[in-house]
Design a protein around this ligand. Sequence first.
Ligand code: ATP
Length: 341
Amino acid sequence: MHLKVTLHYIFLPMNEPIKKIAVLTSGGDAPGMNAAIRAVVRACTYYRIECVGVYRGYQGLIEGDFELLSARHVSNIINKGGTILKSARSNEFRTVEGRVKAHNSLKEAGIGALIVIGGDGTFTGGLRFIEEFNFPIVGIPGTIDNDIYGTDNTIGYDTALNTVVEAIDKIRDTASSHNRLFFIEVMGRDAGFIALNSGIGAGAEEILIPEKDLGLDRLVESLKNSKEKGKTSSIIVVSEGDKIGKSVFELADYINENFPFYDIRVSVLGHMQRGGSPSCFDRVLASRLGVAAVEALLDRSTGIMVGVTNNQVTKVDLDKAIKMNNDISLELLKVAEITSI
Ligand code: ATP
């Protein structure tokens, strides 16, 4: 999508104060989304504006599935995984007709601004909406993948990492008891943050990520070396989007043919990585970003995402947040290689 204007700080007419802000969660759910909703609702209460919860993301926006939320509506949710507002993927919102309906719903409810919590798809939809209706929107990064530019961490990433490390620790117990080689698939179609960091944290022998094609030869070589060094069990963490070009099961079959002495098993962690009570880090991050998003709208910012970089709350154009990449750290790749010797 090409934007003709820079959206950072489009100023709204000063004679139209925002009296009502809506908040929605969209795309894949992530632990900490509830903490973000709670912070948005309570910041609205603090600044004496009304807050409306939109159920089921953009689909609920189209259908006017709204509920006025008070500070008490969000009691006891800071520790809960998932999202009380539900999330959805809405194909209708991808159409102009759908977005016109959504705009009408907002106007009818007297809502003056919107906070969207989600990933890059959610932000892309939000940008379209701003372009078409000049409606004020601020984004909060909520996705376990950590693949959003302009924030050191997305909400949910830290919890997902801890969940994955805990799971790998358990698998390691059984791997070492039976001298097994385990391939563990973790989430991350386009980004290897979960694989790389959980792999280092759980002491994996090899980590396969989408950003770097290590190739089959390198994997085979590494396993040969491990065997020669006397390693009896091994953990290989594989990101969903790894570029070797084989599924984790095909990869395991291939290695099995070449290393018949290994007892090979595959474990796909799947949706458990999205669930669970958010870590303290994610709760604090979500609380900071919820407050920052409300304050940004009250400062008349739109078309931006709030993030935390170097422990400072920052604003970045939604356009940049979507298009630019959060690069994988070369230092982490080196640490993974050195510590798996
Ligand atoms: P995650 O990273 O966890 O998958 P996400 O926000 O990227 O989260 P998506 O399913 O890609 O999740 O997007 C969420 C919703 O945003 C879509 O269901 C759709 O309603 C809206 N959306 C995405 N892309 C567009 C687009 N190009 N135009 C309009 N709306 C869009």
